[in-house]
Design a protein. Structure first.
Ligand code: KG4
Ligand code: ZN
Length: 337
């Protein structure tokens, strides 16, 4: 079974082709990605209308490229998968519309995927794939969740953010520090020149009894500290504040992940979503996990942020476990929230 996957939930157009046998981990045949970062940079964030229009421009050429690189043709595609949500409504509609049109033209099924399930399963395409069951820390721009994962489609929510997501905390703090979009990688870069102990920032809900997160208070503390430093803040202090911000977010993520492992008694952790690319998180989580004999699995670096491979993969893994329904005649919907 060959699955063509299309991701268009936000500011990356991703297309990929995976091949799956009846069982076993699907194999990535080819993937292509176009990021809109340059286009949105001038506005300091994603402009939804521009995002949709750019997905329209990119998606068909990317699909052609992927099929060409895989040595395949449209006739080889058995299923066309797309991101159904969450994401920007207009952007999702582009991927869903193209996927369902392609599927209809081919007389093949279309299959809608939950974007977070794509992130969650993306480490299965790495050279060190996890085995079920495991605890998953999902950290993206819109979500922060801890899950117990017993198999494909068998997910139990252990905790989640009650306000901002971890990626949002990175992005909003970066904005307060006068860094560009996307803020997470920019803040992480600046943080490498700073000392995380110079400024003291809160670690919200660090010792709460549950596995929930809260990052809104941290953002407020960063704003207050930035105001105190004033508009003429020196580069070194900005780096110290960036390092303190990164460390506060990472400390909470590490602490709660370990608590989730302790609570479930599991010894495998999967970290996925854009923030899983953060090197400080990887370093501190790696150290904490090693002390407890826990193995940590990440997606390949190129698959941490949004991509088509994770969507094709999630569809293929789902379809290995459940029969495809009768379908709804290619009428499609998206679920932005
Ligand atoms: O998963 P993703 O690409 O998109 C969503 O589904 O939201 O995640 C994007 C988020 C952004 O908030 C971005 O700032 C953050 O991931 N991010 C990072 C890093 N790379 C991406 N945050 C911290 N450090 C990084 N290296
Ligand atoms: Zn994402």
């Amino acid at each position: 079974m060959k699955v063509l996957g299309i991701e268009s939930s936000c500011d990356e157009t991703g297309v990929a082709l995976v091949e799956a046998a009846e069982s076993g981990t699907p194999r990535l045949l080819a993937q292509a990605l176009h990021t809109q970062i340059d286009m949105h940079q001038a506005y300091g964030g994603v402009v939804p209308e521009l995002a949709s229009r750019d997905h329209i421009r990119r998606v068909v050429p990317l699909a052609r490229q992927v099929l060409g690189e895989a040595g395949a043709t449209l006739a080889d595609v058995d299923v066309v998968a797309f991101t159904r949500g969450p994401g920007l409504a207009g952007a999702l509609l582009v991927g869903a519309g193209v996927a369902c049109s392609l599927a209809a033209a081919l007389g093949r099924p279309a299959y809608g995927v939950h974007h977070l399930e794509g992130h969650l399963l993306s480490p299965f395409l790495s050279s060190d794939p996890p085995a079920f069951p495991f605890v998953a820390l999902l950290v993206s721009g819109g979500h922060t969740q801890l899950l117990r994962v017993d198999g494909v489609g068998r997910y139990a929510l252990l905790g989640e953010t009650i306000d901002d997501a971890a990626g949002e905390a990175f992005d909003k703090s970066a904005q307060l520090l006068g860094l560009g979009y996307p803020g997470g990688p920019a803040l992480a870069r600046l943080a490498t020149f700073g000392d995380p102990t110079v400024f003291t920032l809160p670690r919200p809900l660090l010792h709460s009894a549950n596995l929930d997160f809260s990052f809104a208070g941290l953002k407020t503390a960063v704003r207050q500290q930035a105001l105190k430093l004033g508009p003429n803040v020196c580069e070194q202090d900005r780096a110290h504040l960036a390092a303190a911000t990164e460390r506060a977010i990472v400390d909470v993520l590490v602490h709660k992940s370990i608590a989730a492992l302790r609570r479930t008694g599991l010894d495998r952790l999967v970290v996925a979503g854009g923030v899983s690319a953060n090197l400080t998180l990887r370093e501190l989580l790696g150290a904490a996990a090693a002390r407890r004999g826990v193995r940590v699995h990440y997606p390949e670096p190129a698959l941490c942020t949004d991509n088509g491979a994770m969507i094709a993969l999630a569809a293929a893994m789902r379809l290995q476990h459940e029969p495809l329904g009768a379908g709804d005649g290619y009428a499609f919907d998206v679920k932005p929230r």
